[in-house]
Design a protein around this ligand. Structure first.
Ligand SMILES: C[S@@+](CC[C@H](N)C(=O)[O-])C[C@H]1O[C@@H](n2cnc3c(N)ncnc32)[C@H](O)[C@@H]1O
Length: 419
């Protein structure tokens, strides 16, 4: 796996000093899609990993990472260890001990300096409180001995974990890993743990046996943006964005989420593709209010930032009998009931074929498309088989959401009309 380690082998230190290695956590299976966003927005080359992407960006352009929407956490890489041996076959106590000793081998200083620089950039140089924070009492940014003015950072460790299959499952919890690793930082560097009022969030990102340690640049994970009224199956905004990206939205496209829940998909589309028109609905009586609350929340933010308000037309409806004309929609983007928290596998057996047929009626022939997320692959295969005349499968992203194996299907409407 190509990652941060590769960059470290470059020997021109002066060039390296002008750049920084950034890693972003992403949904497993969507790395290539997230890389496209990153390459387009930051004009840099991206190396996809598993559940992560890596890129190098000039330090002076670091602020531009704030434009990314498909990624969850962004951090400056401290260390990238491809084979830390963390799977269920290993002894848990030994693993936790190795995590405790890991900080002794780390050089936090370069990443720490970039983190400080980034905070400064984001606040326009107003983070005076940061000026005296140093990695150790003997350090000062000017190299002078100002030991008495130096404050060591208060920190916390956030551990994010994922595994590809049951053989690579971890037998320890994220809390255990964070506590051990944090204990090691505390003992090695003398920094104080403060879970609430911390200066630095150290990220311990574990995918299978691969550990990346970094200093977080995002204050909180980006997946909860835009949503205040959550439902039981609210989709991550980052995933909603990825689905919209996969739909290749064009100027003037009419986009519809016929099973919108709290509206995470239409909100993301309306906000990030202001050139589109968004219609959404759900058959659950609380869904329209939930969506409206979330739209209002986004518009309040737009108001305070003097950016354009978003608009989502939002109704209560049955997605298998839409109050829309034939050929009215360019793109359907939807997160279907998985049949676990919402609906049932038995209901999906009927719902999915009816839905694909109704979407085929309303979707523009030839140019229309649908991007559909589900975990119920059997019901989807059956529904697709029944409407293969109307839809052509273009691509499937196999993804992992919180340990569940799901799929995002990209369907293209054929030219055959429905009578
Ligand atoms: C997985 S959830 C969607 C969650 C949504 N993306 C969000 O972020 O809140 C599926 C939704 O389908 C809705 N649903 C199920 N059957 C429906 C039908 N026949 N017509 C319209 N909505 C339906 C459920 O009420 C539920 O809100």
């Amino acid at each position: 796996m190509a990652g941060a380690k590769e960059w470290k082998t470059q020997d021109d230190d002066s060039i390296l000093d002008e750049f920084c290695n950034i890693c972003a956590t992403v949904t497993i299976g969507l790395e290539s899609l997230c890389a496209i966003e990153c390459e387009q927005k930051l004009a840099c080359s991206v190396t996809p990993g598993r559940g992560r992407i890596y890129f190098t960006i000039p330090r002076k352009r670091l602020r531009e990472i704030q434009h990314l929407r498909s990624v969850e956490n962004l951090f400056v890489v401290v260390e990238d260890i491809a084979d830390f041996k963390l799977s269920v076959q290993e002894n848990v106590e030994m693993i936790l001990q190795r995590l405790y000793h890991l900080p002794e081998q780390l050089n936090l200083k370069p990443a720490f300096d970039i983190w400080k620089e980034y905070k400064d950039l984001c606040t326009g140089g107003k983070t005076k409180a940061l000026q005296h924070i140093e990695i150790s009492a003997s350090e000062s940014s000017t190299g002078e001995n100002i030991t008495n003015e130096v404050t060591l950072p208060r920190f916390r460790v956030t551990c994010t974990r994922n595994h590809s299959n049951s053989d690579l499952k971890h037998a320890f919890t994220s809390m255990q890993a964070a506590a051990k690793f944090g204990g090691g930082i505390n003992d090695t560097y003398g920094w104080t743990v403060d879970l609430e009022d911390y200066d630095i969030d150290i990220l311990l990102n574990i995918v299978d046996n691969h550990v990346v340690v970094g200093i977080s640049l995002t204050e909180k994970s980006l997946f909860r943006r835009n949503i205040v009224n959550f439902g039981p199956t609210t989709l991550k905004s980052t995933l909603a964005y990825c689905m919209a990206l996969a739909a290749e939205i064009c100027e003037g496209d009419v986009i519809c989420d016929p099973l919108c829940g709290g509206g995470s998909i239409p909100i993301e589309c309306a906000k990030e593709w202001p050139c589109s028109f968004n219609i959404a609905g759900d058959n659950f009586h609380m869904a329209p209010k939930r969506t409206q609350d979330n739209v209002d929340f986004v518009n309040k933010q737009c108001y305070s930032m003097t950016t354009k308000q978003i608009k989502v037309d939002n109704l209560q409806w049955d997605a298998t009998c839409l109050p829309l004309k034939t050929d009215a929609i360019d793109v359907f983007i939807s997160d279907l009931p998985f049949g676990k928290k919402n609906g049932s596998m038995k209901k999906n057996w009927q719902l999915y074929p009816d839905l694909l047929k109704e979407m085929a009626r309303v979707c523009r022939t030839k140019t229309g498309r649908a991007v559909l997320l589900t975990k119920d692959k059997k019901a989807m295969a059956r529904a697709y088989g029944q409407s293969v005349k109307y839809w052509r499968k273009k691509y499937t992203y196999w993804i992992n959401i919180g340990g569940l194996q799901a799929a995002i299907y990209l369907l293209q409407r054929t030219s055959i009309p429905i009578h």
